[in-house]
Design a binder for this molecule. Structure first.
Ligand code: SAH
Ligand code: SF4
Ligand code: F3S
Length: 444
């Protein structure tokens, strides 16, 4: 029986796509491999959002050449995801030992493309638009207790720096009933938490005239009885008052929101084509906090966008402090061929971007530490994810506010017994990136 392995780069949507690829392959008789060495098919599910992710892929795939020339010529190497979508046929010229290139819109064709490659033909096939939602395909979930549920795919926003609209296509929403039915089935299977996914979940339903929108979807998903709901990603300009109200009203909606601001300067926000100002962003935050006073907030920030001045960057730091974000993902601007920003010539020198990045990173760390210190002593119901990656005698769990908390495994128990369970955890200590705690009532 053939064995496969999937290497996944990129965002949550890609992680979910990989689960669908695994499901599809297993229904076609494949089994998971443990490593590249015992795999018959090696799949890369790729990300094109920044140059570093892109380079890593080309490096990793190139290093597999040795596997093929070193005695295993029959191994099939398949590259899918956003770089596959972007490069298509071109990839076979740069990496001739790749057998299959596929895109984000034709995951369902993966088994037949592999079959074609097994007859010795390299194949590259990408489609322009989405015909099948990956969610209609079988799945092998990473965890029994958590599920990613895409609600829309693609993006219509065209932020000046971003390749995603090119590689994921225009925004398309899934049918309302399909999403609700899927979550209801997950509840029946015992899933505890779902994460609703989209490049911009807030605009859900906009492409389906007269159909329910995101806030209504949240209500319907909560009505299935799923204990915990999270969602990502939200675009600030589309975050409606109805959605803010849903966050306050629905106990299953976790009190945490990832709301990428990207920049603190109105000039840069306009150049990025974000279509909001720092003032409207701050207004959204005010409304959120009025509705859910202890909500945790995280964001994405880009430094070194073309034309960014010192004064612009100070505005980013200022906004960061004003909002007092609990966490942030920070990036140095990376020029992506084919995006509007790639044509801008006012580039920021690398050393300056790096200095600004380091200053921002220090603020992020300080405020994250402060945020964590505020919750020491609090007891909350947390979802245990399993053993910590570093120590199997320690459990990793998530608080409702999405803080990571490490808890010692009680004497005589194993971490596995707790994975996917809800536990009352008392926070005993704070670190910049995680908390420490102890189980409050040992219910397993
Ligand atoms: N749809 C989501 C995520 C997009 S990609 C959203 O709109 O928020 C995730 C993050 O990568 C973005 O929020 C942005 O901060 C960053 N990013 C995207 N393109 C980038 C680029 N060219 N250079 C640096 N960071 C980028
Ligand atoms: Fe990219 Fe902007 Fe769409 Fe997010 S909203 S995926 S940053 S174009
Ligand atoms: Fe990367 Fe594609 Fe996601 S470019 S961030 S994997 S949509």
């Amino acid at each position: 029986m053939s064995r496969y392995i999937i290497h996944t780069f990129g965002c949550q949507m890609n992680k979910h796509d990989s689960e669908r690829m695994a499901g599809l392959l297993q229904t076609h008789g494949y089994m998971p491999a443990v490593s590249d060495a015992d795999a018959d098919v090696i799949i890369f599910n790729t990300c094109a959002v920044r140059e570093t992710a892109d380079d890593r892929l080309y490096g990793q795939v190139a290093s597999l050449k040795a596997l093929k020339t070193g005695g295993r010529p029959e191994v099939i190497i398949a590259v899918g995801g956003c770089v596959g979508q972007r490069d298509g046929e071109r990839m076979l010229q740069h990496l001739p030992h790749v057998d299959v290139v596929f895109g984000t819109h034709n995951i369902h064709e993966l088994p037949s493309l592999i079959d074609a490659a097994a007859y010795g033909r390299s194949v590259a096939r990408v489609l322009e638009g989405t015909e099948t939602f990956a969610s209609d395909l079988p799945t092998v979930r990473e965890h029994a207790w958590h599920a990613w549920v895409p609600i829309n795919v693609g993006c219509d926003n065209h932020c000046a720096y971003c390749i995603v609209p090119t590689v994921r296509g225009p925004e398309r929403s899934r049918v309302f009933e399909d999403v609700v039915t899927e979550v209801a089935a997950l509840v029946a299977e015992g899933v505890i938490e779902v994460t609703l996914l989209g490049q911009n979940v807030n605009s859900y339903g906009r492409d389906r005239y007269g159909q329910p929108r995101f806030a209504e979807l949240l209500h319907a998903v909560a009505a299935t009885g799923i204990p915990r709901i999270r969602f990502a990603t939200s675009h600030p300009k589309d975050l409606s008052d109805d959605t803010i109200r849903a966050l306050a009203e629905l106990p299953a909606l976790m009190p945490y929101l990832h709301l990428p601001v990207q920049h603190g300067s109105n000039a840069v926000l306009a150049a990025m084509n974000r279509r909001y100002t720092r003032e409207t962003y701050l207004d959204r935050i005010e409304r959120l906090r009025a509705a859910v006073p202890d909500i945790t907030l995280s964001t994405d920030i880009i430094v070194g966008f073309p034309g960014e001045t010192d004064a612009d960057f100070e505005q980013t730091l200022d906004l960061y402090d004003r909002v007092a974000f609990d966490h942030a993902f920070t990036f140095i601007y990376s020029s992506r061929e084919g995006t509007p920003a790639a044509a801008l010539t006012t580039t920021v020198p690398r050393e300056i971007s790096q200095q600004r990045f380091d200053r921002l990173a220090a603020r992020v760390r300080d405020l994250s530490f402060e945020s964590n210190r505020r919750v020491v002593g609090r007891t909350q119901e947390c979802l245990v994810e399993g053993a910590s990656r570093k120590d199997r005698h320690v459990l990793s769990a998530r608080t409702p506010h999405n803080r990571l908390v490490h808890v010692p495994v009680p004497e005589g128990r194993t971490a596995g017994a707790y994975a996917g369970t809800l536990q009352m955890i008392r926070v005993t200590g704070a670190h910049p990136w995680f908390l420490t705690g102890e189980l409050d009532n040992d219910a397993v």
